[in-house]
Design a protein around this ligand. Structure first.
Ligand code: KMH
Ligand code: ZN
Length: 279
């Protein structure tokens, strides 16, 4: 369902933690459950409707531990109305079976990356059979996927996935353009426009720019009618030489920009309707 009111608003997703930054380097990164819940509340108040979640273990290292994931989903549900999207990307070292098992924590949504991509000096592996298995599990478990697109070839793979296996749970296709990863598509307006032109018909999309591309991609996405993802998974600086002090600071800037663009933040209730997530 896509009402006129939704078309006039911006879905803001916050990705507060990621798997790449170390707490010792980035003290503001939320890594404990308490820190994550506090961050989620602040970001909801600042305008976010979706939270894209990676979790850490007791030593602040990335983990896909099933019981920690379940506790995280429960705590976020109790404390906020945010739509909870668990990462199935994890860290580049996570095995496929652990990434598939993320769905057992029963989030509202999960990420589903549509292909392998060079990831700095690493490789983020998403071969076709893994994509298919993850997609079929989301359909069976009624979890709404967000299709993560790091490169134009990933859009071709998404078309192939939808052609062969049909629509996702919820009946709506929502994509996230992840731009500016060293090895993926660059974070600039020309590439964003090209990507948007070849997305599946009737899909909605957000965009995020990694590192120094975060602000240019934010403005390019807004001007092209897209939604936004921001957060310390994607950039740890607010401006050149100025570390982000919190995720809420990044969400507040997204809210200000969206409001200036006359598409203020979408409520989580409207976001559930848009994405086909039961309320
Ligand atoms: N941490 C990256 C290797 C996702 O969350 O689905 C993958 C990633 C994508 O962050
Ligand atoms: Zn992620």
């Amino acid at each position: 369902m896509h009402s006129a009111a939704m078309g006039a608003t911006t879905l803001i997703t916050v990705a507060p933690t990621g798997a790449e930054s170390a707490k010792s380097d980035v003290p503001a990164l939320p890594v404990t459950l308490d820190e994550l819940v506090q961050t989620a509340k602040e970001c909801e108040a600042a305008g976010a409707a979706v939270i894209h979640v990676h979790i850490r273990d007791a030593d602040a290292r990335p983990t896909l531990d099933p019981s920690r994931l379940r506790d995280t989903v429960q705590a976020l549900r109790e404390s906020t109305n945010l739509i909870i999207q668990l990462s199935t990307g994890g860290a580049v070292t996570d095995p496929y079976k652990d990434r598939l098992a993320v769905l057992d924590a029963q989030p509202d949504m999960c990420s589903l990356t549509c292909g392998t991509v060079n990831f700095g000096a690493d490789v983020f592996m998403n071969p076709w059979p893994f994509m298919v298995e993850l997609y079929e599990r989301t359909q069976a478990m009624e979890i709404v996927p967000e299709f993560e697109l790091f490169d134009l070839g990933h859009i071709a793979a998404l078309h192939r996935l939808l052609d062969k296996y049909g629509l996702p749970s919820g009946g709506h296709v929502h994509c996230d353009l992840v731009m500016g990863v060293p090895g993926g598509m660059p974070g600039d307006t020309r590439t964003l426009t090209t990507a948007v032109e070849v997305l599946p018909p009737d899909s909605t999309w957000s965009a995020t720019g990694i590192g120094r591309t975060s602000v240019p991609v934010l403005f390019a996405a807004l001007s092209a009618g897209g939604h936004l993802r921001v957060g310390m998974e994607d950039t740890i600086t607010f401006a050149k030489g100025q570390p982000a002090t919190s995720n809420a600071q990044l969400v507040e800037r997204a809210t200000q920009a969206a409001t200036l663009a006359q598409r203020p933040p979408m409520s989580s209730t409207d976001a559930r309707l848009l994405l086909g997530i039961a309320g």
